[in-house]
Design a protein around this ligand. Structure first.
Ligand code: C2E
Ligand code: MG
Ligand code: MG
Length: 566
């Protein structure tokens, strides 16, 4: 095939302005880069557009012209498919004209008296580029299902409102549907679509006659940029009631996040915050409305901070691994059995940070692998050191996150860890939280089986936190059940809780695995557990998680005890 190279000809621009000096000024600025045509009034401009409709790249349009003014020209273009593809930049001295021109479809404007030439040239170039891209997506200014703006157009218009109409105080509001995927799954996509359409219609009715705009920016997220409201709850109720009215047989819950107008904050940030607020009330059917406030802001800053600081935490060894002992309580006196490695972050400015503050965050952002690798390596190195120093077998359990379990390199990584530190597979145990077993149970099963084939022991952490079913359990190749702390907390006062603990111990016996009780704080809890046949106990009663230097003292005590009973 012969490739035909097209020589690019300069693009053709029509300048419609009745004032000659304006024409001249623009000619001077643009003539080097573009071919130019001139019209002196709206009527003439339209005629020229028709005769050049296939090669005209842009119209620069004055709003005040004889015979037919710029607004009428815009109106005409908007209604004629033959001309719609030609972008229009409006030339105007009247700031108030801008919004109307934009609403009539103008792509941008140049203010009179004319800006410095570079600015005009840049604007023209930019709009030409945009319009070439836009030809491909021109159908997508509004979205098929709801008729609301698509994301890019929405943000472009929101930004223009913000920039050129700072006198309008606009709120950013995000509306989301709870469990939308289940609504789709249960009732079918067609139904899901009709819910979206209904909400879209209601939003459009709400905005009708105002300067507000809205978009379905993705699946079930609606962004509304509207004049400042005084009762957000009433607004949410309005949408919720519309849904209840038209879909009475399916329960559909909306939630809403609001970022109230703030002069110095642009729409992109406004909507980020409204979205963050909306996320905060996910699943909270009692309080489905959240208004962004200072507390949320500082939480967000904290989150950002932790994410930013993760790398230096690793390279500067701010992450510390603490160890908490587990005791075999069926011996008299109880014997040190193993330990759990628990991470701490000693932040140079924020002080000590507990894992609850950053583990879920890093899990969400897909960064947990980095943290866990660090902990595993550190734990393996420590076990090796103690083994050499004391000749004492003290297995250490490390925690695995859901994401670790689904990481295809997991098995290789932990196997390498054992080999590189000259350890035995029994030296490191793996705690996998119960919630990791729930979905894709079969994939988890495969991974766990492979780990066990190597000789790792697997402990199911947080057992009973509410996920696994008994029949799944019997298929699960595990070695230890660690019951969730919440069962232990009240066993001294609540009969029901103690019965649950007995039940879990029975399950463990039935599965022929050891049971570990976590969170044991009092002698009373300890004796109840012992009497019920629980093997292993971990908790503040014996020791809090401590740094390795302190943990060594527990090892030394244990060795002394061993010697004295020999
Ligand atoms: P977990 O694995 O269930 O760890 C047990 C948690 O219970 C630890 O909290 C421990 O300090 C606490 N605990 C132990 N005994 C008692 C007690 O008697 N009373 C009370 N009230 N609490 C007790 P910690 O260290 O804050 O860790 C919280 C969770 O963070 C852990 O729960 C684990 O899920 C996660 N985590 C900790 N370190 C790591 C890690 O290196 N990697 C991963 N992926 N997760 C980790
Ligand atoms: Mg654990
Ligand atoms: Mg646990």
């Amino acid at each position: 095939m012969i490739e035909t190279k097209q020589i690019e000809r300069p693009k053709l621009i029509l300048i419609a302005d009745d004032i000659e000096i304006n024409q001249d000024a623009l000619e001077v600025i643009l003539e080097e880069d573009y071919h130019l045509l001139f019209a002196e009034n709206g009527k003439e401009a339209l005629e020229m557009m028709y005769s050049h409709k296939d090669d005209l790249s842009m119209l620069l349009l004055d709003l005040n012209m004889p015979l037919m003014n710029g607004y009428e020209v815009l109106e005409h273009i908007r209604q004629d498919e033959q001309l719609q593809h030609i972008p229009v930049i409006v030339l105007t001295a009247d700031k108030n004209a801008e919004l109307r021109a934009l609403q009539l479809g103008a792509a941008d404007f140049i203010t009179k008296p004319f800006d410095i030439p570079e600015i005009i040239l840049t604007r023209v170039d930019r709009i030409l580029e945009l319009s070439e891209g836009k030809k491909l997506i021109s159908a997508a200014e509004t979205e098929r299902l709801t008729g609301l703006y698509t994301r890019n157009f929405f943000f472009e218009y929101a930004w223009r409102l913000y920039r050129y109409h700072s006198e309008m105080h606009m709120d950013a509001i995000v509306i989301n549907i709870e469990q939308f995927h289940s609504i789709n799954a249960v009732n079918g996509r067609g139904f899901g679509d009709s819910v979206l359409k209904l909400i879209g219609d209601e939003i459009r009715t709400f905005l009708a006659g105002t300067q507000g705009i809205a978009s379905r920016v993705e699946a079930d997220r609606f962004d509304v940029y509207c004049l400042q409201q005084n009762d957000y709850r009433a607004l949410l109720d309005r949408f919720q009631e519309a849904v209840n009215r038209y879909m009475p047989n399916v329960s559909i819950h909306l939630r809403m996040g609001v970022m109230p107008w703030r002069e110095e904050i642009d729409p992109v940030v406004m909507f980020d915050r409204a979205q963050a607020a909306c996320n905060m009330v996910r699943g909270d059917y009692q309080n489905p409305l959240m208004i962004y406030n200072e507390e949320l802001h500082s939480q967000e800053l904290m989150t950002q901070r932790l994410l930013n600081d993760l790398n230096s935490a690793i390279t500067e060894h701010q992450l510390k691994v603490y160890y908490q002992p587990k005791y075999d309580i069926q011996c008299v006196p109880p014997r040190l059995f193993s330990a759990e490695a628990l991470i701490r972050w000693r932040h140079p400015e924020l002080g000590m940070i507990a894992p609850g503050q950053f583990i879920p965050l890093f899990e969400n952002k897909g960064l947990i692998g980095k943290v866990d690798s660090y902990v595993w390596e550190e734990a393996a190195r420590q076990v090796k050191e103690w083994k050499e120093k004391y000749g004492f077998l003290l297995p250490v359990s490390v925690n695995l996150s859901r994401a670790d379990v689904f990481d295809p390199t997991l098995v290789d990584r932990v196997v390498r860890l054992i080999r590189e530190n000259d350890l035995d597979f029994r030296d490191i145990k793996l705690e996998v939280t119960e919630s990791a077993y729930t979905d894709q149970a079969k994939d988890v099963l495969d991974v766990v089986l492979r780990l066990r084939e190597h000789g790792f022991e697997i402990e199911m952490d947080d057992f009973g936190s509410g996920y696994s079913s008994l029949n799944m359990l019997s298929d699960m190749p595990i070695d230890v059940l660690k019951m969730d702390m919440k069962f232990i907390r009240n066993i001294e006062s609540s009969d029901t809780d103690m019965r649950l603990v007995r039940l879990i111990l029975d399950i463990a016996k039935y599965l022929r695995v050891k049971a570990v009780a976590e969170g044991v704080e009092t002698p009373g809890q300890l004796s109840l557990l012992k009497e019920a046949g629980c093997d292993i106990v971990q908790g503040f009663f014996f020791s809090r998680p401590v740094p390795p230097e302190e943990f060594e003292k527990l090892i030394q005590q244990e060795i002394a005890l061993e010697r004295s009973t020999e």
